[in-house]
Design a protein around this ligand. Sequence first.
Ligand code: THU
Length: 141
Amino acid sequence: MPGPSTMDDLFAAAKAAQARAHVPYSRFPVGAAIRDEAGRIHAGCNVENAAYPQGACAETGAISRMAAEGGRRIAEILVIGPGAMLCTPCGGCRQRIREFARPDTPVHVAGPEGVRRTFTLDELLPHSFGPDNLDSAGETP
Ligand code: THU
């Protein structure tokens, strides 16, 4: 289990990335930070686009950074958003996280003051479809 200092690192990395978000359209900056299987942290922010559907979520950016920097598994992920409501990952990002995580992987949801709630990935994306489904495709039920 991560200790408090690890969580502080994750929070700080997500918050620093959030400050660099490119959000001229929504004005809703989000940061995400992943701790990978080796303990390394990879952060991302949302990057919007004048062609609106081409914008990317913070989680997507953090996953891309993780892969490019050699991380292969998400040990935990923290997402920080503005406002009073919980900034939980969107549906598409839950599936993207699923690719590199396990059902019990913690997903921390934070505001400017700190972590507000921690979910397991399975709570956010129950009965999910993942790499195992493809692996078992040749097996008889
Ligand atoms: N957004 C994220 O980056 N992550 C989330 O978890 C929720 C939403 C972004 C997408 C868009 O740039 C802005 O927040 C408003 O939806």
